[in-house]
Design a binder for this molecule. Structure first.
Ligand code: AKG
Ligand code: FE2
Length: 249
């Protein structure tokens, strides 16, 4: 398994050369198309009102190609190592930072929003695909290293904006403070954020509802949340326990 020291220490770590250039272009084109659909489905003025411009939510619900980004050998290894067997996908969002336009994520935040506690082990982490270069000039992600280890950020802190090439992945603890930067270049900066959590943290969208039945692939079904839904009734809970009891016999 890859060495995750930086991830645990600083709260984030970069892996280069995860997607090839052709793939990054292909995904950008798909993202642009899904964004157009999402704008049509909602309303551009309303999206603006709620700070949703240039955010593409759950692209994998529109195009199954995006499932491959949160579910592949590389991600599965990371998930297993960091969160264990029962982790679920909390969200998948593409984020576009357009030149000279302020994105709503330009304030420091944790992706487990408004939480002010620390945990001895990660309860959530992100696999973020950079589909373009990411750097200070074009609004790359800025992190406060080690901020996942303190409840709040004080008034003075160090900021780091990793300079990474397109096709790289940044993994980060969802509790590390981070923000999108301002894009002073001429081109949009685009990434896809995939966040995983332990199963007691709610998903942003109830993904299992979108797939009528558990998918043939058990591991993928689990990641989508099929195995961590609330039971609908006392009897359903007990029937589940009974089925497990029978399986174990
Ligand atoms: O794309 C970025 O720079 C970060 C976006 C972000 O922080 C988020 O979507 O939660
Ligand atoms: Fe974030």
């Amino acid at each position: 398994m890859v060495n995750l020291n930086e991830f645990y220490e600083k709260g984030y770590q970069v892996f280069e050369d995860t997607l090839n250039t052709k793939k990054t272009y292909e995904l950008i084109e798909k993202i642009e198309n899904i964004y157009k659909r999402q704008v049509q489905e909602f309303n551009i003025q309303q999206l603006e009102k709620i700070g949703e411009l240039n955010t593409i939510r759950s692209p994998f619900l529109y195009d199954r190609e995006f499932i491959k980004l949160f579910y592949n050998d590389f991600t599965n290894n990371l998930i297993q190592n960091i969160l264990g067997t029962h982790a679920i996908l909390s969200l998948q969002n593409a984020v576009k930072v357009v030149p000279k336009v302020k994105h709503h994520q330009t304030k420091y935040h944790r992706d487990l929003i408004h939480q002010e506690f620390t945990s001895s082990r990660p309860i959530a982490f992100n696999i973020y695909y950079c589909l373009t270069d990411f750097n200070k000039h074009n609004g790359g992600i800025t992190f406060i290293p080690k901020s996942h280890t303190t409840e709040k950020i004080g008034s003075s802190f160090i900021e780091k904006t990793p300079d990474v090439k397109s096709g790289s992945v940044i993994i980060f603890n969802s509790m590390v403070f981070h923000k999108a930067g301002h894009n002073q270049s001429l081109n949009s900066r685009i990434g896809i954020n995939n966040m995983y959590t332990l199963p007691f943290v709610k998903q942003q969208i109830n993904y299992s509802k979108h797939f009528k039945n558990p998918i043939g692939d058990k591991k993928l079904s689990r990641i989508l949340g099929f195995e961590s839904k609330e039971f609908e009734s006392v009897n359903e809970f007990r029937n589940y326990r009974l089925s497990r009891y029978c399986d174990e016999k």
